[in-house]
Design a protein around this ligand. Structure first.
Ligand SMILES: [Zn+2]
Length: 398
């Protein structure tokens, strides 16, 4: 029997292996707010009789209350090969070598004395393209020298670390993929790729070291009288924690996630809480996701299960946060920017055409799920970075 996690996992690996486009397709989500009179919005997410069973327990999310650890910064990956600018009058070159030479080269550069091509006489061999294979297949030093120091295929002097643009290792492209895809990042941090080996393992270890110590907590879930399947609860916590890690200002802004009897979902600007229909959440995650999927027509909203639903509401919360904390100039920038992007980017779904608020929530969801470039997300980050820092919350926490 195949579980949802097994499926998602193999898809993710295929994706991050190829570094290619997201292949995940129809998944679902229920919609929200005011239910439309024509009944387009899904009603409760009970039922789900035909859903595939998913017996595997959900992996536990990263511990929510990580101690304020001494979080040593992990260096960023070099820019993707061939993308960083080169100085005027310089030429971009690549030198490929064995893995065993990398550490020494990082420290000392590539010296004529020590350098060896993979074959041939001693010299600093280089090429204007990586000639033994791509940077994904073997360690590759990307560097720049003045044009007069380059006499193909030789560099006529030692290459020092100051000349380096990037020291690329085969696992970097895999780590870069994980970094750029929030869903895959979440899966990595929850341990779903822990058994991978080779370059994958190096990528996973790097990501876990860099992002593993979660700096935020997800908002508490007020279940009321509703029961939740542990998979569903773990998935909700992981999604919200992942979002809070990206937007830590919202950690103390969103007061809670309340399960309610209403079939729709909403962000409440007044109480600063997210409300999610509580009925049917006691079923396995695959079933819940599938039910959301069925509730609305195919292009009605951005599909992506419980994750998409929460991400949509989180988009409303971000909007509320920015408006609440902006001065007049900040508000103008935010309103004008949203309108401009809405026009430029179009809506990722039917529901996003309803108004700018729903456009924002749908577009944010689509970007977070990796369906579109993070254009809106970058604008959100920019506006948030210009807000005053959040005041620490007073009062003791239990
Ligand atoms: Zn909405």
């Amino acid at each position: 029997m195949t579980t949802r996690f097994a499926l998602d996992r193999s898809r993710s690996i295929a994706r991050f292996n190829s570094g290619g486009a997201r292949v995940r397709d129809a998944e679902f989500k229920e919609s929200e707010h005011p239910r439309s009179p024509n009944g387009e919005f899904g009603l409760g997410h009970g039922g789900g009789a035909s859903a595939a069973p998913a017996p595997a327990p959900a992996p536990a999310p990263a511990p929510a209350a990580a101690p304020a650890a001494t979080h040593k910064p992990v260096p960023n990956l070099p820019p993707e090969p061939g993308t960083a600018p080169v100085k005027e009058g310089y030429v971009r070159l690549y030198h490929q070598t064995g893995r065993e030479n990398i550490e020494s080269i990082r420290k000392n550069g590539i010296t004529i004395e020590h350098a060896q091509g993979i074959e041939g006489p001693r010299a600093v061999y280089a090429g204007e393209t990586p000639f033994y294979g791509s940077a994904e297949s073997r360690p590759t030093i990307e560097f720049q020298v003045k044009k007069e120091d380059w006499d193909s295929p030789f560099v006529l002097r030692d290459v020092t670390p100051e000349d380096f643009i990037g020291v690329h290792e085969p696992w970097h492209s895999k780590a870069r993929y994980l970094e750029e895809h929030p869903e895959s990042l979440k899966q990595t941090l929850s341990g779903e790729f822990d058994d991978l080996e080779g370059d994958y393992k190096e990528a996973v270890d790097y990501i876990k070291e860099k992002y593993g110590t979660s700096k935020t907590k997800p908002p508490p879930i007020d279940k009321g009288s509703y029961k939740m399947h542990p998979e569903v609860e773990a998935s909700m916590n992981a999604t919200l924690q992942n979002l809070n890690d990206r937007f830590p200002q919202l950690e103390n802004f969103i007061t809670k996630v309340a399960l309610t009897p209403k079939a729709g979902n909403e962000w409440d600007n007044f109480d600063k809480e997210m409300r999610i229909g509580g009925f049917g959440l006691d079923k396995p995650l695959a079933e819940v996701d599938l039910q959301f999927d069925k509730d609305n027509a195919p292009d009605f909203d951005v599909k992506g299960g419980m994750t998409a639903l929460l991400t949509h509401e989180y988009g409303h919360a971000l909007n509320d946060y920015i408006i609440t904390h902006s001065d007049d100039a900040g508000k103008d920038k935010w309103y004008d920017g949203k309108k401009r992007l809405e026009k430029e980017l179009g809506s990722p779904s039917e529901y996003g055409k309803k108004n700018t608020g729903e456009w924002l929530a749908e577009r944010f969801t689509a970007e977070t799920l990796g369906l579109h470039e993070p254009v809106l997300t970058n604008f959100i980050k920019e506006c948030m970075s210009e807000l005053p820092a959040p005041k620490p919350k007073k009062g003791k926490k239990k």
